[in-house]
Write a protein of this length. Structure first.
Length: 628
């Protein structure tokens, strides 16, 4: 039995209790557990199998509702973390929700009332303009990666994009849970790696940001790194870095995803972003999914550039243990259909001849079932995996649970569809689609995040938070479904707002101790059971301004024509504008006619918009940024 099966939780008396959480009923008196990492565990299952309060019956009743909110200072990209029976300096013992914001502020919030117990502003975030107007967050870019908590030491680890001496930097923090002070001094993220021609490539925070959730495994902290909007592709490459959790000393080795010194189009990337999902880990192995690289160069190389791939790496960051690359990877690169838009799920060990399984799902909608020990490699004609299934385009990640019938299931959430898949292991592993499917209200890019709560294998509930679709002040909604029947329990319950609709709302519902927590723009929402006359509400919040310097303008529109670096856009008002993209930072490939772009630049005397940066816009004009 692998050690990830065991969780340490806190009972009401504060004593540590161990229980079996993956695929089996728990034998314990504990009635809830701490949520210390993205999607709940290092396998990224998203399953709380020790929820004894919330059931399909009471969640589907009028008593389940919004009970409290907390206001924070900026957008919440990271999943909230929860510690039960946590002592807070000068405030006593509480259920504490730890929330981080794009303004680089961390909050300790009472999980029952929403009262802010502590807060600390760590550092100045990176201004929008310093990231070439990449519309990823609000008007600042700070803490986006979900932190991780070590319950044995009472330390929370977090990464922040910061502005230091006027330039972007990245900093790793180790904070004491009880007062948010430094357990050890923070460190600047630095790394270097040798490229294929012998030259040295250095970590460059001006073109590199932290997005995927942190992982704590075997006494080390791990983090993946990505780009700003695929900008600076000549300079940016993906990293997986690690640090000793006690000292924050960097590990002796690092992993650079793309080590090629040259490519056909001088384009590198191969980022690790996974829509905010975390690197997964079990035993002495790390798992992650990479994004696109050179759009025309057929740049995949097993030893130098694992573009569009699932990667299994040794925890000392020295050895590639296995990988899988879809045979369609050249098309994925060319069309910007990142495999790495989705996270990876490691299934708890299964019965049968291949016990160690994994799933991954990206932008092109193919759900892959893999043997996580031998992932499948790369074949030019076929995908050498255990199975390929239609999962829907996914800026998301899968979840896992065991139903009341004893059958293990994977939950996929590509497109707008919620779907469960039975895991069959004999005579060989396969995924079998269940009979039900539900859509939720969601916009922006396809897909959304789910989690699952249950009491062992009973009272299973699948939770989901959609993305804004441009209506109702860009509200985001909490939905809940009976995990065994697919029946909706709660639908379209407003959980917050996401007015900066250019950036995907990668929001993960967090469920423990009879409460559901959802972070959004400047808010934490707390749901639970309450008397019928109890009420709380969430009011819309004005969109951030995404400040631009004098004379700089922003325009979003549909492409009418492209000729070299000259692009003709039709704006939402119908105005036709010629864009000169000669000197712009831009994505790997400008879409053709019918595609959508956001352009930031200055107009010249003849009305041409001289672009400083170009980024892809969502297809739905209702979620376009305001023109300025």
């Amino acid at each position: 039995m692998e050690n990830w099966l065991w969780r340490s939780v806190k009972a009401s008396a504060g004593a540590a209790i161990i229980f079996l959480a993956a695929g089996f009923a728990a034998e314990t008196s504990a009635w809830a557990f701490d949520i210390t990492t993205h999607h709940y565990d290092t396998l990224r299952t998203g399953w709380n199998a020790s929820e004894k309060i919330l059931t399909p019956a009471n969640v589907g009743s009028p008593s389940f509702k919004l009970i409290a909110t907390a206001t924070v200072d900026e957008q919440v990209d990271a999943q909230p973390l929860v510690m039960l029976n946590q002592t807070v300096k000068d405030k006593g013992t509480h259920t504490v929700v730890y929330v981080t914001t794009a303004n680089n502020t961390i909050y300790a919030i009472d999980g029952e009332t929403g009262a802010i117990l502590l807060s600390r502003h760590l550092a100045r975030p990176v201004p929008y303009a310093k990231a070439s107007y990449c519309p990823l967050n609000s008007d600042v870019i700070g803490m986006a990666a979900t932190p991780v908590i070590d319950t044995s030491t009472g330390i929370l680890y977090a990464i922040a994009d910061t502005l230091e001496a006027g330039e972007p930097s990245v900093r790793l923090y180790a904070l004491k849970l009880h007062d948010l002070t430094d357990a050890v001094p923070s460190v600047t993220v630095e790394a270097s790696h040798t490229l294929s021609n012998g030259s040295t490539y250095n970590f460059n925070p001006s073109v590199t940001r932290s997005r995927s959730a942190l992982l704590l495994l075997n006494g080390n902290i791990y983090a993946g790194f990505t780009s700003y909007c695929d900008f600076f592709p000549k300079k940016t490459r993906g990293w997986l870095l690690g640090w000793n959790a006690t000292t924050l000393a960097p590990l002796p080795n690092d992993w650079l995803t793309n080590k090629e010194a040259k490519s056909t189009y001088d384009f590198f990337l191969t980022s690790i972003w996974m829509s905010g999902s975390g690197v997964a880990g079990v035993g002495n192995s790390l798992y992650f999914v990479t994004g696109n690289s050179d759009p025309k160069g057929n740049s995949w190389n097993q030893h130098q550039n694992l573009t569009e791939s699932v990667v299994r790496l040794s925890t000392n960051l020295t050895t590639l243990l296995s990988s899988f690359t879809p045979y369609t990877y050249p098309l994925l690169d060319e069309s910007d259909q990142d495999f790495g838009s989705g996270g990876i799920l490691l299934l708890p060990n299964q019965p049968g001849p291949i016990p160690a399984l994994a799933t991954a799902l990206g932008k092109d909608g193919q759900l892959f079932l893999m043997n996580r020990e031998v992932l499948g490699g790369y074949n030019t004609q076929t995908n050498a995996v255990l199975g390929v299934y239609p999962g829907g385009p996914c800026w998301c990640a899968e979840s896992y649970f065991t139903g009341s019938d004893g059958i293990n299931r994977v939950v996929s959430s590509g497109g707008s569809q919620l779907q469960t898949w039975q895991v069959h292991t004999s005579p060989s592993p396969t995924l079998v689609k269940d009979a039900w499917s539900q859509s939720i209200k969601s916009g922006q890019d396809p897909g959304f995040f789910t989690t699952v709560s249950s009491n062992g294998n009973t009272n299973g509930i699948i939770w989901a938070v959609g993305r804004p679709d441009g209506s109702n002040s860009n509200a985001v909604y909490l939905d809940a479904f009976d995990a065994n029947t697919g029946n909706p329990l709660v639908t379209n319950l407003i959980a917050g707002y996401w007015p900066n609709v250019s950036a995907d709302a990668n929001l993960v519902p967090v469920v423990t101790n009879g409460k559901v927590y959802v972070g959004s723009y400047k808010r934490l929402a707390i749901f639970g059971l309450a008397a019928s006359n109890a009420s709380a509400s969430i009011e819309p919040i004005a969109a951030p301004q995404l400040a631009l310097p004098p004379g700089v303008h922003r325009l979003t529109g549909k492409i009418t024509s492209v000729s070299g670096t000259k692009i003709v856009l039709s704006s939402r008002s119908g105005t036709v504008v010629t864009v000169d993209a000669t000197d712009a930072e831009k994505p790997n490939q400008i879409p053709g006619s019918g595609g959508t772009l956001t352009v930031v630049g200055q107009y010249n005397a003849d009305g041409t918009l001289l672009a400083q940066s170009i980024s892809r816009a969502k297809s739905n004009p209702a979620v376009w940024l305001p023109d300025r």
